[in-house]
Design a protein around this ligand. Structure first.
Ligand code: FES
Ligand code: FES
Length: 204
């Protein structure tokens, strides 16, 4: 019996899917976390995720599925939540890209991170940067979101460890803290998205 053809095939050998090495190279600037980074000689079709990690060493943006299905690579692009694996890096050249590191060491993102730790919502931690970006974005737009809305909004972020209960508890605790008198970290309407189904580049 002869070997199936696919056993000896590779993506690079498929003329319909040419090698990245064979494709045109481009150079551009990316605006990341308030700074400007030079990208030199990147494959023109490279994703924002691959450029962040492989060209610029931004390893807080995690790589899991590369198909827009897990949310581990979530970043903000001009204030909109996107999965960076499904955004062309060259298309982000004129945008402000914010990773979890660019959300700031104080304020809302810090409150979300502290709540995740306090509630045991971080286990292996692989999903956590993407969750922090998505939760911070959600609570900026919808500070009083109920549990159904939270679950629906975060449906694009996958966690294989926690079972989500601890993540939801962490988010609810941040909401409760916000309601206490004198806590001014959260203000309705500071976010720029209107609906969670508008996440771009998720492929869903
Ligand atoms: S790596 Fe899974 S959505 Fe981007
Ligand atoms: S804590 Fe391990 S995948 Fe979420």
């Amino acid at each position: 019996m002869s070997e199936p053809a696919y056993r000896n095939a590779s993506v690079d050998e498929d003329p319909a899917c040419p090698s990245r090495d064979a494709g045109p190279r481009v150079s551009y600037q990316l605006h990341i976390d308030g700074g400007v980074r030079e990208v030199a000689g990147a494959w023109f079709g490279e994703s924002l995720l691959r450029v962040l990690r492989d060209h610029l060493g931004v390893l807080s943006v995690k790589d899991a599925c590369e198909q827009g299905r897990c949310g581990s690579c979530s970043v903000l692009m001009d204030g909109r939540l996107v999965t960076s694996c499904t955004v062309l890096a060259a298309d982000a050249a004129d945008a402000q890209v914010t990773t979890v590191a660019g959300l700031g060491v104080g304020g809302p993102a810090r409150a979300v991170q502290a709540a995740f730790l306090a509630h045991g919502a971080v286990q292996c931690g692989f999903c956590t940067p993407g969750f922090v970006v998505a939760v911070t974005d959600l609570l900026a737009r919808r500070p009083d979101a109920d549990e159904d809305e939270i679950r629906e909004s975060l449906a694009g972020n996958i966690c294989r460890c926690t079972g989500y209960g601890r993540i939801i508890a962490a988010i609810r605790s941040v909401q409760e803290a916000r309601r206490r008198p004198g806590d001014t970290r959260w203000r309705p309407g500071t976010g720029q998205r209107q609906g969670t189904d508008q996440r771009q580049g998720t492929g869903r």
